[in-house]
Write a protein that binds this ligand. Structure first.
Ligand code: SAH
Length: 394
């Protein structure tokens, strides 16, 4: 049954006996047994069930509580059903006007547990669906149990009444322990770890002068710290937050957004694409564009260095674009206003790559582009010289 973990052992608490006096519907007996099973009760007694016993409807409604139905005990009278017990509670929605303490289900659970702990045996009487318990049956009991309900609509279904009593009993008897809880994925962060994170955060906030004006600084720090204290963060939370703060503070370091390759892998990707592309017929614009996006997201180290320099350097006024298609070709950099393309040449390139580049260069040259080849080694060794050469026209 869903929600039932058969690998878990059933609870083994000694509970009260449930006694149904002349139950009418087999379904209600079955559902009562099911409710008992849910709350660790096992002992069910029936006094003259109207439709006989065993009962097919009861078996169906019990939904697997067979261990309870199989052990049902049958009696001819309520007196016989309680003969071996020494504390008996009668449940009723109605006031019976008898000199007998009336208690709620929680107090009943307390009395049941105390009595059983003292070595006693307890029974709870439930009445018929149509008219409940007779006065003389209530008279057999030590207590009358009634539920806090809407007085204008007080009568519960028989099985639901059993469930409610079972629930209150089990909650107390099992110490209100829930069978499962939110999994602890990472242990709580220690105060020292939170402190280290916080110091770091404050240092970064000071760099951008966030904690201003000066007279508000202390209050801001208290409020800020309380955000993290209230979070009750785990160690993993602290690692994550630390990473977030540093990433924002230091800017991106790894591949550009959406990139997954490091510099060496990106270089290999370029080589592979160049070799594949040799002598190929022009492809549709869509694939060229997809390729451009892939290359843009995965810059090689030299490409990233040159890209950052080109954007910073005023001489180029930021008009170079990276990995942008020109027709069906993708030079490493292109400036449309200058009509200049830059090709990065990696050391030890294969002939196929060189041929691919030569084809692209002549195609670009035919359309009036000046193609500047820069060695990646040169960029990595002396970026300034490379830029000067570019600014000087070649
Ligand atoms: N019509 C019946 C109620 C039958 S309900 C009457 O008026 O008494 C079947 C049984 O469920 C009741 O006999 C009683 O044992 C239990 N029960 C139903 N509602 C209850 C309530 N509000 N408090 C305590 N027991 C209740």
């Amino acid at each position: 049954m869903s929600g039932t973990d058969r690998t878990k052992t059933a609870v083994d608490l000694k509970g009260p006996v449930v006694i149904l006096v002349e139950p009418q519907l087999g379904e209600n007996v079955g559902m009562a047994a099911r409710a008992m099973g849910n709350f660790g009760l096992t002992r069910l007694r029936l006094v003259n069930p109207r439709d006989g016993w065993p009962n097919l409807h009861a078996a169906r409604a019990a939904a697997g509580a067979d261990h309870i139905l199989d052990k049902v005990e049958l009696f001819d009278t309520p007196a016989a059903a309680i003969a071996d017990l020494n504390l008996v509670l009668a449940t009723s929605a109605r006031p019976h006007d008898q000199a007998k303490p009336v208690i709620g289900p929680e107090a009943a659970a307390g009395e049941i547990i105390a009595h059983i702990a003292g070595g006693g045996d307890v029974g709870i009487l439930f009445g018929r669906e149509r008219f409940g318990l007779k006065a003389e049956e209530v008279a057999l009991a030590d207590r009358l149990v009634t539920f806090p309900v809407n007085p204008g609509f007080a009568s519960l279904n028989l099985a639901q009444a059993v469930l409610l009593v079972g629930y209150e009993w089990f909650k107390r008897a099992a110490g209100a322990a829930l069978p499962h809880a939110m999994p602890e994925r990472s242990p709580r962060a220690g105060k020292q770890q939170i402190d280290a994170f916080f110091d770091n955060l404050v240092r970064e906030l000071d760099k951008v002068e966030f904690l201003r004006p000066a007279e508000k600084r202390d209050t801001m720090l208290v409020n800020l710290r309380n955000i993290f204290t209230r979070m009750e963060p785990t160690k993993q939370d602290m690692h994550t937050l630390h990473g977030v703060v540093m990433a924002i503070a230091e800017g991106r370091k790894g591949p550009a957004k959406g990139g997954v390759l490091d510099g060496t892998q990106a270089t290999r990707l370029r080589a592979l694409l160049a070799e594949q592309g040799t002598g190929r017929a022009p492809e549709e614009g869509g694939s060229v564009r997809g390729l451009a996006r892939l290359l843009r997201r995965n810059p090689t180290d030299a490409e990233r260095m040159l890209w950052e320099a080109l954007r910073r350097d005023r001489r180029f006024a930021g008009d170079f674009k990276r990995q942008t298609p020109v027709g069906r070709h993708i030079p490493d950099f292109v400036s449309f206003p200058r009509r200049v393309a830059i090709e990065l040449v990696a050391p030890g390139e294969s002939e196929a790559i060189a041929a691919d580049r030569a084809a692209r260069a002549s195609w670009l040259a035919e359309r009036g582009y000046r193609v500047v080849a820069l060695e990646t080694a040169e960029i990595e060794r002396d970026l300034g010289a490379a830029l000067d050469r570019l600014a000087a026209g070649g």
